[in-house]
Ligand binder design. Structure first.
Ligand SMILES: Cc1cc2nc3c(=O)[nH]c(=O)nc-3n(C[C@H](O)[C@H](O)[C@H](O)COP(=O)(O)OP(=O)(O)OC[C@H]3O[C@@H](n4cnc5c(N)ncnc54)[C@H](O)[C@@H]3O)c2cc1C
Length: 301
C-alpha cells in the first residue's frame, strides 16, 4: 500500500479521516467544496465510541475540555412527567465517560486545528473519483486532478462519490420527520444537562453546553419540504404549553439562529463501503437518523 490519500469532504468524517491517515504517516489532501471550512450546525452529543476514536486521534482531551458531560436529565412527557431518568455517572462507571455535549462549530474547529493548512484544498468540488490502476486513484476537482494511492469519500449524505460507485443504489430517503434546531443566544437556567420530551408526532430536546447556553431541537412528523414563514413563531405556537425549560429555550433564541432540515437516511444499505482503493466514510456510507446521536460517532469510529 502506498502513502498518499485524497479525502473528499471537510465535515467531521473527512477531517478525522485526514487526521488519522496523517498520524500513520500518510500524505493527505483534503478537498472541500465550500469556500470556507466550517460547520454551521447546532450542537452534537458524543458517546463513548466517538470519544474513544477522538482519543486515538490525539484530540480527545481538547474535545472533552470544550464539552459538558451530560450527567442529568432523561425523557419526559409534554406536561413534564418523567418517563425515564438518565444517570451519566452510572454510564461513566460502565463505559468510562458520560455522553458529552459540544457546539458543532467548536468540534469542527478543534479538528481543523489538528491539520496543517497545506493539507486543505478549500473551495474545490470533486466531480470524479476513479481507480486508474490497481494501486492508483484519480480525483478530478475542476481544473485540478489529484492522483493518490487511496481516496476516502466523506462527502456526506448526498455523496457524489457514492452515486458514481453505486449508480443503482436508490440513495437517501425522507425519514418522515423534519428538524428545527438552534443554539440559544445566551445562558439558560437549566436544571438538567439533557432532555428529550415526547409528544404525539413531535419531540423536543436540549443539550447543555459548558457556558450555560444549550442547543435545542424540535422534531416534527410532517411532509417533506414543509417550511414555515417564521420558524421560531411556529415553534412557540406548538410548544408554548410544554414544560419548562422548553418555552425559555425558545425565548433565549435569536430568529436567525434557527436551522431547518428534513431528516433523510440511507435506508438501503450499501453492498460495501469500499471498492478497490476508494472508501466511503460517514454519512456517505451510512447516513442514519439522529435519534441515537450516533451519525458522527460512527464516522469517528
Ligand atoms: C439534527 C441532527 C442531529 C445530529 N446529532 C448528532 C449527535 O448528537 N451525535 C452524532 O454522533 N451525530 C449526530 N448527527 C449526525 C451527524 O451530524 C452526521 O452523521 C455527521 O455530521 C456526518 O459527517 P460527514 O463528515 O460524514 O458528512 P458532512 O458533515 O455532511 O460533511 C460532508 C462534507 O463534504 C463536502 N462535500 C460534499 N460533496 C463534495 C464534493 N463533491 N467535493 C468536495 N466536498 C464535498 C460538504 O460540503 C461537507 O463539508 C446529527 C444529525 C442531524 C441531522
Amino acid at each position: 500500500m502506498g502513502n498518499t490519500a485524497v479525502v473528499v469532504g471537510g465535515g467531521i468524517g473527512g477531517l478525522v479521516a485526514a487526521i488519522g491517515l496523517r498520524r500513520i504517516g500518510w500524505q493527505v489532501t483534503l478537498v472541500e467544496r465550500a469556500p470556507m471550512l466550517d460547520d454551521a450546525g447546532a450542537g452534537i452529543s458524543l458517546a463513548a465510541n466517538g470519544l474513544r476514536a477522538l482519543d486515538g486521534l490525539g484530540v480527545g482531551d481538547a474535545v472533552r475540555e470544550a464539552s459538558r458531560g451530560q450527567y442529568s436529565g432523561g425523557t419526559r412527557t409534554p406536561k413534564g412527567g418523567w418517563l425515564t431518568r438518565m444517570d451519566g455517572a452510572e454510564l461513566e462507571k460502565a463505559v468510562g465517560t458520560p455522553i458529552m455535549g459540544i457546539p458543532r462549530s467548536t468540534l469542527h474547529r478543534l479538528l481543523r486545528e489538528a491539520l496543517p493548512a497545506e493539507t486543505l484544498l478549500i473551495g474545490s468540488e470533486a466531480s470524479s473519483v476513479e481507480q486508474i490502476s490497481p494501486g492508483k486513484v484519480r480525483v478530478g476537482c475542476g481544473d485540478t486532478v489529484l492522483e493518490a494511492d487511496l481516496a476516502v469519500a466523506a462527502d456526506g449524505i448526498n455523496s457524489k462519490v457514492r452515486s458514481l460507485l453505486f449508480p443503482a443504489h436508490p440513495g437517501p430517503v425522507y425519514s418522515g420527520s423534519t428538524v428545527l434546531r438552534a443554539i440559544t443566544g445566551q445562558a439558560v437556567d437549566l436544571r438538567t444537562d439533557f432532555e428529550l420530551t415526547w409528544g404525539r408526532g413531535t419531540e423536543f430536546g436540549h443539550i447543555a453546553f459548558p457556558d450555560g447556553r444549550a442547543e435545542w431541537h424540535a422534531v416534527l412528523n410532517l411532509p417533506a419540504e414543509t417550511r414555515f414563514a417564521d420558524p421560531l413563531a411556529e415553534l412557540r405556537r406548538r410548544f408554548h404549553n410544554w414544560h419548562d425549560p422548553i418555552p425559555a429555550l425558545l425565548d433565549a433564541t435569536q430568529t436567525h439562529a434557527v436551522l431547518h432540515h428534513d431528516v433523510n437516511e440511507l435506508r438501503t444499505p450499501l453492498p460495501s463501503y469500499t471498492i478497490g482503493r476508494i472508501a466511503l466514510l460517514g454519512d456517505a456510507a451510512h447516513a442514519m437518523t439522529p435519534n441515537l446521536g450516533q451519525g458522527a460517532c460512527q464516522a469517528l469510529e
